[in-house]
Design a protein around this ligand. Structure first.
Ligand SMILES: [Zn+2]
Length: 337
């Protein structure tokens, strides 16, 4: 019953597509080549923002905590509510770099599960246990809200799921909310920052892929830190070099939607993130991640600090990313039935 009332409130908030541009399903958008593209889907930025707020309200989603468990349960409920054919929760406990035994719960939802031709969408829902980049040294050992780093990608994918429940894509779509992404070695710890200390949930997922050769996803798209104010998304290095197909799909679609300024073609930093274990496992996966902040020339300045909170989330950024991802999905035609 709690879920129903939460959802009722959410639906009332859904006043239409982003930026107050109305509720029309199709908007003609002029691209740089002056050809018109008819946009599909109706991404509600107020709902996406609300999904961020709700995750933050659970408290920091540090693996092994009550807040984390409750958030995971909520995500399973939301995916079922938004029409997923199946929702699988999987994972076995894993030892983190500092010796902590972390329960892993990857959450995996399938849409159009019979389709052999599939696209995988990914975001991590755990949050960093430490604010090790915080300017105040006294606050560096306490966990962050992770409104951008964690909740934002999940929120966009929940609104994508909502759209898929209204208008299915022609291909199969899988949504993976990964766990234990952000438990990597703490800055200043007397341990080498091994890349393998990050993305623990995805490493496990990649070792036990829920696919056969016949239905391996054609590609994946990862969303991480997609809610920062004025965020711009350069093409992340490993995406541009090892996942050309989804990278082309995303950055081309951004242009068709008139969002080229947010998605510059420049290649950004090389980032250890959930796309790497997937690429290695044979699923070329592009990472949409803010990596061209004018302030830092890298991540959003709130990264791994206590400023990563709801006050620094911009619904317009969530919306831009959501529109791109939705339209990539809706434009994909099955290569095989
Ligand atoms: Zn992080």
């Amino acid at each position: 019953m709690r879920l129903y009332s939460i959802l009722s409130a959410l639906f009332l908030l859904a006043t239409g597509a982003c930026g107050g541009s109305g509720s029309s399903q199709a908007r003609a958008v002029a691209d740089s080549a002056s050809t018109s593209y008819t946009e599909r889907g109706s991404f509600a930025e107020d709902l996406a923002y609300e999904y961020v707020r709700q995750q933050v309200e659970f408290g920091p989603r540090v693996p092994g905590t009550e807040a984390h468990r409750k958030c995971g349960d909520w995500l399973v409920d939301m995916l079922k509510t938004y029409g997923a054919d199946t929702v699988l929760v999987s994972g076995t406990p894993v030892r983190a770099w500092d010796g902590t035994l972390l329960p892993v719960r990857n959450i995996f939802a399938r849409y159009n599960s019979d389709a052999k031709d599939r696209i995988l969408l990914v975001a991590h829902y755990d949050t960093r246990p430490w604010a090790d980049q915080d300017p105040d040294p006294d606050k560096r050992m306490t966990p962050i809200d992770g409104a951008n780093d964690g909740a934002s990608g999940v929120a966009v994918l929940l609104e994508v799921a909502h759209n898929l429940s209204v208008e299915p894509a022609r291909v199969g779509v899988d949504i993976l909310f990964t766990d234990c992404e952000d438990y990597g070695v703490r800055e200043g710890a007397s341990v080498n920052d091994d890349a393998d200390s990050w993305c623990l949930g995805t490493q496990q997922f990649a070792q036990n892929l829920p696919y056969t050769a016949a239905d391996m996803p054609r590609y994946g798209i990862l969303l991480d830190m997609v809610g920062g104010r004025g965020a711009r998304f350069n093409r992340e290095y490993f995406s541009a070099t090892s996942a050309q197909l989804p990278t082309a799909r995303v950055w081309d679609m951004a242009r068709k939607l008139g969002l080229g300024d947010r998605f510059p073609m420049a290649v950004g930093g090389a980032i250890t993130d959930d796309h790497l274990p997937l690429i290695r496992a044979g699923i070329p996966t592009a990472d949409i991640i803010e990596n061209a902040s004018p302030e830092t020339h890298s991540f959003n300045p709130t990264w791994h600090t206590h400023a990563d909170n709801i006050d620094n989330i911009d619904p317009a950024t969530l919306c831009a990313v959501g529109r791109v991802v939705l339209n990539v999905l809706y434009n994909e035609k099955p290569e095989q039935q």
